[in-house]
Design a protein around this ligand. Structure first.
Ligand code: BTN
Length: 229
């Protein structure tokens, strides 16, 4: 389903580029570096390390509106199986941080624009710069893996295609690898809750003071009570 990737030396952000230049089903944009890499909830994404993956894909969602958040979980699963396929053991922190050795190795951000899903994926393959202040982050290289970026991208695109078109049992498969479930979490740095399950629409169901509530990925930040996960 993917069109030939557009490859850029340096652009502000692959998500922004896709939105502004090639918002078609199947578009893929890959940048060697980004000047304004964006993360979820207004955060920035470290993007000046050459050799890391900075990629965005666009696709028309094949799900009803209320289930579209599942696609973001699906891309998380695709990164998970890709990295595991290259030997890196990892898990998923809801909604879709990929965690290896207790630290974040990949971030995913999805936006819906004119009915098209734009999903940006940042994967740290190379060592993080010293003093970058990202104590919660890691990379393939830091874990002792020297991966060929093009091989990872090729496998990742195959896995994304599979995952976004096979969402029937996604909750079960996602939950199997989700590190958040069963944990005490802090919602927006304040409310302590216990993560119970993933709802059929991809929300995180938590026990908050004895009450079951579902939190949506756009609305909250989730942190472990004792650390990032
Ligand atoms: C997050 O964890 O907050 C999501 C980070 C997403 C980063 C990727 S890198 C490629 C794409 N372009 C961007 O500007 N952001 C995403």
């Amino acid at each position: 389903m993917w069109l030939d990737p557009v490859i850029k030396e340096i652009i502000p952000s692959t998500n922004s580029y896709l939105k502004e230049n090639c918002l078609f089903h199947g578009s893929v944009v890959i940048a060697k570096r980004q000047t304004h890499g964006r993360g979820r909830r207004g955060n920035s994404w470290l993007s000046d390390v050459e050799g890391n993956i900075y990629m965005s894909v666009a696709y028309v969602p094949n799900l009803p509106c209320e289930k579209i958040p599942l696609l973001s979980l699906a891309v998380g699963l695709a990164v998970h199986s890709t990295l595991e396929g290259f030997g890196i053991e990892c898990g998923l922190k809801w909604p879709n941080d990929v965690i290896a050795n207790g630290k974040k190795i990949c971030g995913i951000m999805s936006e819906l624009v004119d009915g098209i899903c734009v999903t940006g994926i940042g994967i740290n393959l190379k060592k993080l710069p010293e003093n970058c202040g990202l104590s919660y982050a890691t990379s393939a290289e830091e874990l002792g893996f020297s991966l060929n970026k093009n091989d990872v991208i090729e496998k990742l695109l195959q896995n994304i295609e599979y995952e976004i078109t096979h969402t029937d049992d996604i909750i079960e498969r996602y939950s199997r690898h989700c590190l958040t479930l069963g944990k005490e979490v802090l919602i927006n740095n304040t409310d302590k809750a216990t993560a119970l399950e993933i709802s059929k629409n991809g929300s995180l169901v938590v026990d908050l003071n004895g009450e079951r509530i579902a939190v949506n990925c756009g609305d909250v930040s989730i942190r472990g009570t004792y650390g990032y996960i």
